[in-house]
Design a protein around this ligand. Sequence first.
Ligand SMILES: [Zn+2]
Length: 111
Amino acid sequence: MKLFQKLISWVRGLFAERPRGVEFIEGDELPVHFATRNLYVAREDGELWSAGLNCPCGCGRRLEVMLLDEVKPRWDLSIDNSGLPSLHPSVWIADGCRSHFWLRHGEIHWC
Ligand SMILES: [Zn+2]
């Protein structure tokens, strides 16, 4: 039993530490379901519209933030040399699971 629990936490660790990549979607809308834990970014004519991901707490909620200059609130997306995304400012969900986190270099930092 103890070995089994160790195995479970090892597998969890594998998933937790693998950074999230970026998947670009051509167009102004993101898919209704995100198939992976990556950050999805809607891009049309080189302009970034929005970014979305499944809530990292595991509640299954689909999160989406706007990247366009003209809208408020909006977020800044940066992608480092390894292709790992960062979002600024933090993402804060006001209801439900109330997750509050930063996405930095593909990793979730809880607040
Ligand atoms: Zn959540």
